[in-house]
Structures are given as C-alpha cells and as structure tokens.
Design a protein around this ligand. Structure first.
Ligand SMILES: [Zn+2]
Length: 323
C-alpha cells in the first residue's frame, strides 16, 4: 500500500510537471468577448490533435545543427528554412492562414491570394520577427522573417501572419497601430505579461499612453514595447465593448463577431493610402469619429481616449489588489 501511495505521488508530480512544461499557446480569450470558440484559432476541429502534434514535434525535436535548407512551394507559401521542419512549418502557416481569415473576415481567403515568402531561422538567443507586406506593384509576395526559438514559432508566425492577412484584405487601409493591436492578440504569454505590466504602470502612475499621437498614422518601432502595449490595450478594450444592438455584416454576409468588427473599424476609420505603396493611411478626425459612432457608439476620439484611460485605471487596479 505504502509503495502504491509513493508511486501515485511521484506519478502525479511528474504528470503536473509534464503538463506545465508543454507550451499552451493559449490565445488571449480572457480579454475578449466570448463570441467565438478561440480554440479554433489554434486547433482546427477536424485535425486539431495532429496540428497540435506538429507544433509539439518542432518544439520537442531539436533541429539538427547541420540541417539542409529547404525551398518548398505551396499555393500560399514559399518556405525557406530547415528541411527537418519544412512540412510542419508549412502546415502551421496554412492553418493560421485559414483560421485567421475565418476569424477576422468571416470567410476563407481563396488560394494564392496574398502569398507569403516565409523564412525561418532557428535561434536560441534572438527573437526578431518581421513582416514586409506587398508595397510595390512589382512585388507579388508578402515576406515574413522568423528568427526565434522553436518554442516561439507559433506565436511569432501567428503575429506576423496577422499583418500579411490584414494587408491582403485591406491593403494600405489599416494603420500600424491597429495592425499591431490585432497582431499582439496572438503574442506568446511572455509578451502578454509585458503588456500587462505596462497596463499596471499606466494605471498606478496615471501617466496614460499618448493616445492622440498614437492615433496619427505612424510606424511603431520594433523595440517600442510601450507602443505595442498601448496597441494591445486598444484591441482588448474595443473587443470587449462591441455594441450588441448594432449588428454589422462580415465578408460572408453573416453577423460580424467582435474580431470582425474591430477589423472593419480599423479599415474604415482612416482614408486609405495609395494601394500597394508604402504610403500609410491618412488620418481625418471627421472620418475617424464617424467610424467610432458607426461601429462602437462612441461619439468622438476624445470620448474614446477618456474610455481607454478609465479602462486602464480599472483593469490595472483590478490586476493589482495592492493598488
Ligand atoms: Zn507586428
């Protein structure tokens, strides 16, 4: 009996350790209105288990130091990176493309619309990922560079693919603030923690993000974590405050989810820049306020700023009971 109890204790402890050691890839559903099944973002229903296994197999099997570089082509991707993970990487990218199109537009993108060149370079020390969306009539592909540890692949690919998909459906219509806002919803827990730390800092100090400046079209530098944090909070706020009595229709003609309304607002609140150029959308207060009223029942940008700061004040206080 004694041996059985000891065995059970050791088994339970090992199991908990094993489960905790697995990456969870949990989307930030806790911040969002419960309108859709977020597990679908990461596990397609029909092959959820095999997809999860693919992600795990990349993480668990170290990539050989001297791996060949593969060049693989599908309808939607051209992959360049270690041969040993080429099929798994392509499958992950294809799943993200399909799931995110459904999530943000309500319908799948047809094959080969907005194709992506996907470079992957494994690195245990660096975490730098980048998307260069099509910004020139000569360019036929978006380009994504992932240089990160295998553990970061899924979050990094999901973040960067969000940029590519938004630029495909709404070229030059969405400012960097909003594409980052939406992309950060798919960041890994380490980055989400940074955004939560910023939220608490802004809440405690009452030094709120410079919203009026942030709403002006501008790029957010890669190292500007505060810029990403503000963008993330903006997305969380809007997702949680979608009016339920003002239904909008998505690309499939169905009632839009909060995610789809967020994208529609982002795409229709600025005057578009010139298509397929690197020109950013153009801010115009009248247009921005009209979109705020249409999608969120918010009177104008000043009211939005007041609401965002109140949200930071409340959420920051909520997350820090000592405050
Ligand atoms: Zn980004």
């Amino acid at each position: 009996m004694y041996k059985i109890i000891v065995f059970l204790i050791i088994f339970t402890a090992s199991f908990i350790k094993y489960v905790n050691a697995q990456p969870t890839f949990k989307p930030v559903s806790q911040y969002r209105a419960p309108s859709i099944d977020y597990s679908k973002l990461y596990q397609r229903k029909e092959d959820g288990v095999s997809f999860f296994k693919k992600v795990l197999s990349i993480i668990k099997n170290p990539i050989p130091e001297k791996d060949d570089v593969a060049l693989e082509r599908t309808d939607n991707f051209l992959y360049s990176g270690p041969t040993s993970v080429s099929q798994d990487m392509l499958q992950i990218a294809e799943n993200i493309r399909e799931d995110f199109s459904e999530t943000y537009f309500g319908t799948s993108l047809p094959p080969s619309i907005g194709p992506v060149i996907l470079y992957f370079e494994p690195s245990d020390t660096e975490d730098s990922n980048l998307t260069w969306t099509i910004d020139d009539p000569q360019r036929k592909f978006h380009t994504i560079w992932l240089k990160c540890s295998p553990q970061r692949i899924h979050g990094a690919c999901a973040h960067e693919m969000t940029h590519a998909l938004l630029a495909t459906r709404y070229p030059n219509q969405i400012t960097p603030l909003f594409t980052e806002a939406i992309a950060t919803l798919h960041d890994d827990p380490k980055r989400i923690k940074i955004y939560n730390d910023l939220l608490q800092y802004w809440s405690r100090s009452k030094n709120f993000p410079p919203w009026e400046r942030l709403f002006q079209p501008q790029n957010i530098p890669n190292k500007d974590k505060a810029g990403y944090g503000a963008a993330h909070i903006l997305a969380r706020y809007l997702l949680n405050h979608t009016p339920i009595d003002k239904p909008q229709l998505n690309d499939a003609g169905d009632p839009a989810t909060p995610e789809q309304i967020l994208v529609m607002f982002a795409a229709n609140s600025y005057h578009p820049g010139q298509k397929n150029t690197n020109e950013l959308p153009i801010f115009n207060a009248v247009k921005f306020n009209e979109a705020l009223q249409k999608y969120y029942d918010i009177k104008d940008i000043q009211e939005l700023v007041t609401r965002l700061n109140n949200y930071i004040r409340e959420r920051g206080a909520y997350q820090n009971p000592k405050n």
